[in-house]
Design a protein around this ligand. Structure first.
Ligand code: ZN
Length: 177
């Protein structure tokens, strides 16, 4: 049974550590972590989550993009667990977009990210996958991948003027509609 785990909040040192590669996907603790990570991302209305955010300094992320109150314009993608993900290449072209983080509640930042990326990861069945992402899913991957390096979205801001409260972010969203 999957459980919702407590999310580490900004300031906790685990969010600044470089995570360790996963060796054995058969390990029951690793299988439980994968299930819990997915459940926690979905129930918390996140579009992605990284293992360090649930106090496990291991190289596992989930991407679970779909429209929600937090991300009304997020595309619907089947939830995926990525073990030991790698960034194979990234386009020079970047795009700025608003990001939030379950570890940094109440704040949003305008973050430049590579528009297109190629990634490699292992599935929980040990299968190697090569995938290309563009736009929002590419952004989510880069955000979650950063967590494995101990990097947070606030580190990627070009200016502190690009950091706003959730309330201000929602106000801007509404104005644009
Ligand atoms: Zn995050």
């Amino acid at each position: 049974m999957a459980a919702i785990r407590t999310i580490a909040q900004m300031g906790h040192p685990i969010l600044r550590q470089v995570s360790t590669g996963i060796v054995c996907m058969e390990d029951p603790d690793i299988r439980l972590l994968a299930n819990d990570l997915l459940e926690t991302a979905i129930q918390s209305k996140g579009v992605g989550l990284a293992a360090p955010q649930v106090f496990e300094s291991l190289r596992m992320i989930v991407i679970a993009s779909r429209p929600s109150v937090r991300y009304p314009h997020a595309p619907e993608l089947p939830p995926v667990v990525m073990v030991n993900p790698e960034l194979l290449w990234a386009s020079n072209e970047k795009e700025s977009g608003w990001e939030g983080c379950l570890s940094i509640p109440g704040l949003r930042g305008l973050v430049p990210r590579h528009l297109r990326i190629g990634v490699r990861y292992l599935t929980m069945d040990g299968e190697e996958k090569d995938v290309e992402y563009e736009g929002f899913p590419a952004r989510v991957f880069q955000h979650e991948f950063d967590h494995l390096q101990g990097v947070l979205f606030i580190d990627r801001l070009e200016s502190l003027n690009d950091l706003v409260t959730e309330q201000e972010y929602q106000r801007r969203l509404t104005e644009k509609l």
